[in-house]
Design a binder for this molecule. Structure first.
Ligand code: G3I
Length: 381
């Protein structure tokens, strides 16, 4: 299990004397040791530059990198001083976990109520966090009012929903997940949903991006999805969808990969997914990183705690390294889906055993092994 405290990389005096002996090492050993030493220096430099790392002090996560580090949450957490302190220290961006979604704003009678969405945006900005908004159109959140609309009124209502939300928060949010999870669960084509049935499988997506762009000319507009690293076929379908949307002139200006990691996937899949997404040259958002230690279904889980944590930190480090390798103009943000383990949606799931540790900080606000994995991954470039 990684101990982030031991990850402090400032060499002790003994290590400095040893490095004098290091010069006597064979050429091959020095050749091997040099890159590792450079990495340690780089890591030290990053922390020193921004994090002012002192031995035994965990630097702010956001101080380790030059791109925005995000988290998510809901308005009640802003009443928790411990949560606010951790969020302000470690993150620079915030995604409202649910309070800007249709479920929180549009009633089944078609009435808009911005109380929750206005509050969560205000609360985040008041503590100095920029805001990424999620989500305008999602297959999971069609609405009884929309379901009942006749074709003659549907398109105008669809346009009005997008224009109202994107217009209301223009200048207050960096970007929007305009369409969420459009690709089928198994990657075989696109999802069937109210929106696709009424406006066409690609049509509803093109229209949503066009309406969002009219309402907010400056926001980065994302197509967001999950399991792009876990299911190569889903990634391929997503990439082909992006190609079609761009050819159709849809203003897709960002690609979101949620990164709810399956920590048992083979090494390299995560890196390859980021490299494939990056080929469009658009900003990439790791939008919802978490890495549950729990196995969903399948064979009985005989892994030890140490084995699960080793899998988790290896995959998280791979993701952090792949993202930090992107050109800076493609590093929109790196967002973890919650601050503390107990803030995670996984811990609200009926299957939770009370021991899952999918995030960067534990319930007491101490750094989990994931912190060191992120630090090592970010320091690689
Ligand atoms: O807090 C209220 C509570 O006051 C109220 O009594 C109750 C009534 O239903 O709702 C509670 O809010 C719930 C909220 O989570 C907080 O627990 C909402 O109903 C519930 O819909 C909401 O679920 C969110 C879900 O998206 C649907 O919006 C989860 O928090 C959120 O983690 C999850 O996030 C999704 C991403 O948007 C897309 N990718 C997958 C990810 C995880 O499912």
């Amino acid at each position: 299990m990684r101990d982030h405290e031991a990850m402090q990389t400032r060499p002790s005096s003994g290590e400095r004397e040893m490095s004098a002996e290091g010069a006597a090492l064979s050429r091959r050993t020095v050749m091997l040791a040099a890159p590792l030493a450079l990495m340690a220096c780089r890591r030290d430099a990053i922390a020193g530059e921004a994090g002012q790392t002192k031995p035994g002090v965990v630097p702010p996560l956001k101080s380790l990198v030059r791109f925005p580090i995000g988290t998510c949450g809901m308005s009640g957490q802003f009443d928790d001083p411990a949560w606010v302190a951790l969020a302000r220290r470690n993150f620079s961006q915030f995604t409202p976990e649910w309070e800007m979604k249709m479920e929180a704003v549009l009633s089944d009678q078609g009435r808009y109520d911005f109380t929750a969405s206005d509050r969560i945006v205000r609360l985040a900005r008041e503590i100095g966090l920029s805001v990424h908004a999620t989500t305008l159109i999602w297959y999971l959140q069609s609405n009884a009012w929309f379901e009942a609309l006749p074709a003659s009124r549907f398109t105008a209502a669809y346009d009005q929903w997008i224009a109202t939300m994107a217009g209301r928060y223009r200048g207050q949010v960096r970007g929007w997940d305009v369409v969420n999870e459009a690709v089928a669960e198994d990657g075989n084509g696109l999802r069937d949903c109210l929106w696709s049935r009424r406006l066409g499988p690609d049509g509803y997506i093109v229209r949503a991006f066009q309406q969002a762009r009219i309402a907010d000319p400056d926001a980065v507009l994302f197509l967001n999805d999950y399991n792009l690293e876990n299911l190569p076929r889903k990634l391929d379908t997503y990439l082909r969808l992006v190609e079609r949307l761009l050819r159709a002139g849809a203003p897709v200006t960002g690609l979101g990969t949620q990164s709810h990691l399956d920590i048992e996937i083979p090494a390299g899949q995560i890196r390859r997914s980021i490299e494939a997404l990056a080929r469009f040259g658009l900003p990439i958002h790791v939008s919802e990183l978490d890495a549950s230690l729990r196995r969903e279904g399948g064979a009985p889980d005989m892994r030890s705690g140490a084995q699960r944590t080793a899998q988790q930190t290896a995959r998280v480090e791979e993701l952090a390294e792949a993202f930090s390798a992107l050109p800076s103009q493609q590093q929109y943000a790196f967002t973890v889906w919650g601050v503390r383990d107990t803030d995670s949606w996984y811990r609200r799931d009926a299957r939770d055993d009370g021991r899952d540790s999918p995030l960067v900080f534990n319930a007491a606000g101490q750094a989990n092994p994931m912190f060191s994995a992120l630090r090592d991954g970010f320091a690689a470039h």
